[in-house]
Design a protein around this ligand. Structure first.
Ligand code: N2P
Length: 388
């Protein structure tokens, strides 16, 4: 199903010839699951693995289960934005073996091009065969020939609401046709500020969706577009209560009723509110004009000290069971075609996790910014955030 949706949505950008190449390593793996090339003797690494991932992005117990099975001790740290990970990677000597950069903001394409990751040894990753070729073809835009990036999860930057609170705050005004109006149009933000508006605290993604909202390329390199987007944002600045990239509890606990957030985090907030006994309806929306697609992927850093342990973890995560557990527990779609049958029915019914083909066609696909645009967007965002 995913395969069809993704090819349908992105056939225009599909790169020819990728599919064949990525299927190839799977075959020998079945015959010799553990054997790797003679150049990589097993077990010479200390039993340690250092992982740097986003918060609220891994099922409870998964790290412990991996440690128990392999005897490898995992040190697991988190970062909150692509900007933060980029700063760490550029400074060098991160100490991390696996990092999880996203395509949003054009970050993972830039990092791959800069040579910050080592090529994967696919003979160490037999479960690579579980990956959905259609998703891999889109990811090949960021990582030509799929040499470095292994999907962790995908999702989209979108509008999330506590529908119960939003309807109350809007009074007689109905919800808009385009959900982006709720967070970008003064007519709505002036009403919703009473129950709280939150934005992700990430310059690249906020500027991308702001550009998209005013009808520009979400990955624009035009200075004039940034000026226009900043002017639009300036009009709603006073109505924004909170900038945060960890807003699950803020939404679930009622601090924010309308947010620009990540699809799965909003799904988690909905689940958490329910667990806490709230009757409010919390949901991620599918704005009529589209949302900002991201694919977050594991990559092994160039100077990783434990690349073999990293490959073991990657292969563990690519098991159908692991990917299904991720989607079931965290509310994000995965790129693992073998996992779909193991996903719970209420999750497969969720249109923000199993996204319909026609909506996939509206998603803003991964792309890149020029260095000048990156500077322009950071400046524009900082000015916007400061200018209350
Ligand atoms: C954080 C998930 C990160 C998704 N909970 C956005 N890249």
């Amino acid at each position: 199903m995913n395969k069809y949706l993704w090819s349908f949505a992105f056939s225009v950008v599909a790169l020819a010839a990728c599919g064949k190449k990525e299927e190839a390593p799977a075959a020998p793996a079945a015959a010799a699951p553990v054997a790797s090339a003679p150049a990589a003797p097993a077990n010479t690494e200390e039993k340690v693995l250092n992982i740097y991932n986003w918060p609220d992005y891994i099922p409870e117990g998964m790290v412990a289960d991996f440690e128990k099975e392999t005897g490898i001790k995992v040190n697991y740290d988190t970062f909150e934005t692509n900007e933060a990970l980029q700063a760490k990677l550029v400074a060098g000597n991160t100490g991390y073996d696996i990092v999880v950069p996203g395509t949003a903001g054009g970050y993972s394409p830039m990092q791959v091009a800069a040579g910050l990751f080592q090529p994967l040894k696919k003979d160490q990753i037999p479960n690579w065969a579980n990956l959905d070729p259609a998703v891999m073809q889109v990811l090949a835009k960021a990582d030509p020939d799929n040499k470095h990036l292994v999907p962790w999860a995908w999702g989209f930057t979108t509008v999330g609401i506590n529908r119960t609170k939003v309807e109350k705050a809007l009074g007689k005004t109905p919800l808009p046709e385009n959900a982006w109006d709720l967070v970008f149009k003064p007519e709505y933000t002036s009403k919703l500020k009473s129950c709280g508006i939150a934005y992700l605290d990430t310059p690249s993604e906020i500027m991308s969706v702001a550009l998209h909202y005013i009808g520009k390329n979400a990955y624009s390199n035009e200075a004039a577009d940034y000026k226009e987007a900043t002017a639009m944002l300036g009009k709603v600045r006073k109505d924004i209560r909170l900038f945060s990239s960890t807003m699950i509890d803020d939404i679930a606990g009622g601090k924010a009723c309308a947010v620009i957030g990540w699809s799965g985090d909003i799904n988690q907030a909905a689940a958490r509110a329910k667990e806490n006994g709230s009757k409010d309806v919390i949901e991620a929306l599918l704005p009529s004009t589209g949302a900002l697609l991201f694919i977050d992927s594991m990559a092994i850093t160039k100077d990783a000290k434990h690349p073999n342990n990293a490959a073991k973890f990657i292969d563990y995560y690519l098991r159908a069971e692991s990917a299904a557990r991720m989607t079931n527990d965290m509310g994000y779609p995965n790129a693992n075609k073998a996992a779909t049958a193991k996903v719970n029915p209420e999750i497969t019914a969720n249109k923000t996790i199993f996204v319909d083909a026609d909506y996939m066609g509206k998603m803003i696909p991964p792309s890149s910014f020029s260095n000048e645009a990156r500077e322009a967007l950071a400046a524009a965002y900082n000015a916007f955030k400061k200018g209350k």
